[in-house]
Write a protein that binds this ligand. Sequence first.
Ligand SMILES: [Zn+2]
Length: 365
Amino acid sequence: MKLNSLIKKIENKYPLNLAYSWDNVGLIVGDFDNDIKKVLVTLEANESIIEEAIENKIDLIVTHHPFIFKKINKINTKDLKGRLIHKLIKNDIALYSMHTNFDIAVDGLNDYFMEIMGFENTKILDVTYSDTLYKIAVYVPISHELIVREALGEAGAGYIGNYSHCTFNTQGIGTFKPEDDTNPFIGTVGEIENVKEVKIETIVPSKLLQKSIDKMLKVHPYEEVAYDVYKLENKGESVGLGRYASLNDKISLQDLCEEIKLKLNMDHIRVVGELYTKIKKVAVVTGAGSDMISLAKSKNCDVIITGDVKYHEAQDALDMDMCIIDCGHFDTEDIFKDVMKRFLDELEDVEVIKSEVNLNPFKII
Ligand SMILES: [Zn+2]
C-alpha cells in the first residue's frame, strides 16, 4: 500500500486537527509515494527502535510520542536527533506520529484504556471540540418528496442519536413566476404558478453538509431549488481528552489497583488515598494527566487513574478527598502498540509488528 493511502486511512479515523496546537503529529519523516509492506508500532522512537526497524526491514514506524517535538535548526550526524533522522532516510524508513489526536479521538488511547479495564458507558472528561450542526430546509413538489428525503438520508443527514433519516415535513403552497430564459419543471414562462409543495427539514453535521446539499440538488426536479441552511446552537458530536465512568459495583481503591496491575501487567503502582476507600466513579487520563485532577473531582469521580503525578499535586488531591492511581506515564501509554496494531491489522495490506524494545526508562529496585 502506498504511504499516502495508508495515511489517509489513519487520518480518516484519527484526524490531525484533533491534536492540540502545540503538538507535532502526522508524517514526520518519509516519502508519501513509498510502498509500505511492513509497519513497526512503538510508543516512541529512539536509536534502539530504529535499529529494530532496520533489522526487521520495516518501511514505516508509527509512534505515539512525536519523533520531532522541539524545534530543530540543523540535521547533522553529530546531533542525536539529526543522526536518527539520517538513519531513517538512509534506510528508507518513514516515521509517522499520532499523539494528542490519538488521545482525544474515539477509539484512541483513552478509550482503549477504558476498554481494557471493562469500564462501560464512558464520558469525555475534557471536551476539546464539538461538531457544528446545521438544519437544511428544502421545498419540494409533492411528486418528488420521497426521492429528495431519501437522498438526504443516504447522504447522512437526519441522524439523531442512533436514529437515521429523521425529517419533519410540512405541506404548503409554493409560488413562483418563471422569467425569460428559464426552463421550468412546472409552470409557464411569465405566469405566476401555485404548486403544492413539502418543506422537508433535517439536521446535518458540518462535515456532511455539502455532501447532503449536493445529493439533494441532484434528485430535486427544479431548475432553481429553494432551500435554506441554518447554523444551529445545538452541539454535535464531541471529542476530548480523558474519560470517566460509573462502575456497576463499588470497589475498594486497593482492589482497583490490583485489577489495573493485572490488566496492564505491572508489578508496582503508586496510589494516593486510603486503600479501603470505596470507588464508584473513575476518571482516566493516559500519559500525564495530573492537571485534570480537579476536573475529575468536579465530575464526582472518586479516583483518577493517570501518570506523572507530582508530590504537591498528590497533597492537593488528598486535601480535596480525591484518590489517585499513578500507573506511570509509560504503563498507561505503552498499550498504544496494541490498539494501533489492532487498527492497522484491519487494513490487511500491511504486516504490523509491535516493538519488543523496553522503553520504560525507570526501574524499581
Ligand atoms: Zn505520553
